[in-house]
Design a protein around this ligand. Structure first.
Ligand code: SAM
Length: 296
């Protein structure tokens, strides 16, 4: 392939060179690509960070990897080398020729031009037993993507992703801290969350105006707690965090979607030996599930 824009950059990319500023510049110049802010396009240019993600994802030759938003294929090169099969779902039509041309040597790659939120994930997974999700996510839809994957309980073992630092901190926060909230509890219901690395803006092109982190969610074989009605439980958790500085009783009884009576909530707290003035932010998922069992 011609080497139009940089004497030192091989546009067919060895995996070691794909996460670099020079490779990213050469590819974006060659294909006339301008990163689209509206699609969260910040391409990874740091090989140490790339290697950290790959090591943490623990990909082996039996794995199928789903990559969300491959962009110009920086991570896709290495995923193809490590996994049995890679399915990369990219919404931006203008990136498809970049991916199909620069990754043409891999016969284990399928590129799908679609919105991940509208993609049939079960169809991708098929009968595959060991499926992992790896991505440098588009930050504007991080939570909808993660929650869609978790709530649908697809046969996916782990999710190793780059996210905005604040979102990563909310996913793995401890009770009674500022980051603890309904996202923490929802993630904890399905998975163990692990922070793997903090990543500064200069590891991307263009640089995002927020810090990032790599987080791994190890999906549990069954949900962490037993609840009668999962949808109601999630509404209940959302209600518990609906007013940050108010007591649980106040939050639950004033939340429209629940219609709970103050006396019933107080009775449930007393039954479980919890203070009547407890706040949602002090409770862990097991305590939430016990209260829900009494009330819902
Ligand atoms: N993986 C590449 C990398 O690390 O350099 C690009 C990551 S960039 C942060 C996010 C990617 O997600 C972009 O390529 C963007 O076009 C894509 N994207 C944005 N919204 C998407 C969606 N709804 N479905 C699939 N891909 C999406």
């Amino acid at each position: 392939m011609s080497d139009m824009n940089s004497k030192n950059t091989n546009l067919t990319a060895t995996p070691e060179s794909s996460a670099s500023y020079a490779y990213t510049k050469a590819i974006t110049n060659k294909y006339g690509i301008t990163a689209k802010k509206s699609l969260g396009q910040n391409f990874l240019t740091d090989n140490h960070v790339l290697q950290k993600i790959l090591r943490s994802a623990e990909i082996c030759k039996d794995d199928t990897v789903i990559e969300i938003g491959p962009g110009i294929g920086t991570m896709t090169h290495e995923l193809c080398r490590l996994a049995k099969r890679v399915v990369a779902v990219e919404i931006d039509k203008s990136l498809i020729p970049v991916l199909t041309e620069t990754l043409s040597k891999y016969d284990n790659l399928t590129v799908i031009n679609n919105d991940i939120l509208k993609t049939d994930i079960n169809e991708i997974i098929g009968d595959d037993k060991s499926v992992k999700l790896v991505a440098n996510l588009p930050y504007y839809i991080t939570t909808p993507i993660i929650m869609r994957i978790l709530e649908n309980e697809y046969n996916i073992k782990s999710i190793c992703v780059m996210v905005q630092k604040e979102v990563g901190e909310r996913m793995r926060a401890k009770p009674s801290t500022k980051d603890y909230g309904s996202l923490t509890v929802s993630v904890a219901y399905f998975a163990d969350a692990e922070l793997l690395a903090n990543v500064p803006p200069n590891c991307f092109f263009p640089r995002p105006n927020v810090d990032s982190c790599v987080i791994k969610l190890n999906v549990l074989e069954k949900p962490r707690v037993n609840v009668k009605d999962r949808e109601k439980f999630f509404t209940f958790v959302k209600a518990a965090f609906s007013k940050r500085r108010k007591t649980l009783v106040n939050c639950l009884t004033s939340y429209e979607g629940l219609s709970l009576e103050k006396n019933d909530v107080l009775a449930a707290l007393n039954k479980l030996g919890l203070s009547e003035s407890v706040r949602g932010e002090a409770l862990d998922i097991t305590e939430f599930s016990k209260i829900a069992e009494v009330l819902l």
